[in-house]
Design a binder for this molecule. Structure first.
Ligand code: SF4
Length: 296
């Protein structure tokens, strides 16, 4: 595969599915996530600490992503099948390491004792779903010989430009087979068709931008790994890509609306970032402790 194009750093904000999601859910949460250093009331260290809180669900996804990434990278070094016992031992060690170095939301706010063994039980079950899937066998049979061409969680944030707007669409795993490019995105949580279709269109645009691939030659799929292995793909066409580009432009402009200076990405005052009235978001919000609007 040709080199991924690089961009000069600028302060200007870049659209991503997760950023706009956060923006839509609660403006104040979005402020804490992206503009903590502009807060005049709460010490930066406090906001940064709360931002790093993880949750059992988030950490499970994080661990699984990193283990699959490492396994695929190992296939780029050797085409020998992996040794399942060693692989599970590695997965266990990674789970222990990650769990012992993080503060869990459920512990911080609810005093729950987090057992890494409990997290590992789920991690193991997710990884077994992947290893037992026909897709994994397909990768072993059809793709490993060309593993040097795989792109596995590329560095950076998956930057592209859409109508000159900075956009981030970072892929988990991209592999070329024949004249097609397959893009896979691992999910360990619930299916969210609307959000995930948006992500897949973004990944396709990323591949189209960096490798000049036609929409019809890109096959993006969301891979749900739990409770059972299910793939969902969408058919990418020029209409979908055009619609996606319009959405990115509109949503970026929405976020620009909360800035005093767009070029330097300087936000308006914190009070302009309204608190959500939806207590569902507060229930799972890392910033409950410092938020005057939390009803919990
Ligand atoms: S506690 Fe609720 S209102 Fe406050 S930042 Fe979090 S989600 Fe927003």
């Amino acid at each position: 595969m040709d080199d991924i194009k690089k961009f000069k750093y600028t302060d200007i904000l870049g659209w991503s599915v997760s950023r706009y999601d956060r923006f839509s859910n609660c403006k104040r949460q979005y402020f804490y996530d992206y503009y903590a250093k502009f807060d005049k009331e709460v010490p930066l260290e406090k906001i940064q600490f709360l931002k790093t809180l993880t949750s059992k669900a988030l950490e499970t996804g994080n661990i699984v992503h990193d283990i699959i990434r490492d396994m695929l990278r190992r296939y780029q070094i050797s085409t020998k099948p992996i040794n399942k016992d060693k692989f599970l031992k590695y997965s266990f060690d990674i789970t222990e390491k990650y769990c012992s170095s993080k503060t869990f939301f459920e512990h911080y706010y609810n005093g729950e004792i987090i057992l890494s063994s409990e997290i590992y039980t789920k991690v193991k079950s997710i990884l077994e779903n992947f290893l037992n899937s026909s897709r994994f066998k397909w990768i072993e049979k059809n793709a490993i010989s060309k593993s040097s061409e795989w792109i596995i969680e590329p560095g950076g944030f998956g930057e592209i430009r859409i109508n000159d707007y900075k956009t981030f669409c970072k892929v988990d795993f991209l592999l070329p087979i024949g004249d097609k490019i397959y893009i896979m995105d691992w999910k360990t949580g619930k299916a969210d068709e609307k959000k995930h279709s948006k992500q897949l269109t973004g990944y396709s645009l990323w591949a189209n931008y960096h490798f000049s691939k036609k929409a019809g030659d890109i096959i993006p799929m969301v891979v749900y790994l739990y409770p059972q292995y299910i793939e969902k793909s969408i058919k990418i066409d020029d209409y979908l890509i055009g619609e996606f580009a319009n959405t990115v432009v509109e949503e970026t402009k929405d976020m620009y609306g909360y800035l005093l200076n767009v070029e330097k990405n300087i936000p308006k005052d914190k009070k302009e970032f309204f608190l959500t009235s939806n207590t569902f978001f507060c229930k799972y919000c890392n910033y409950r402790e410092i938020c005057s609007g939390s009803k919990l």
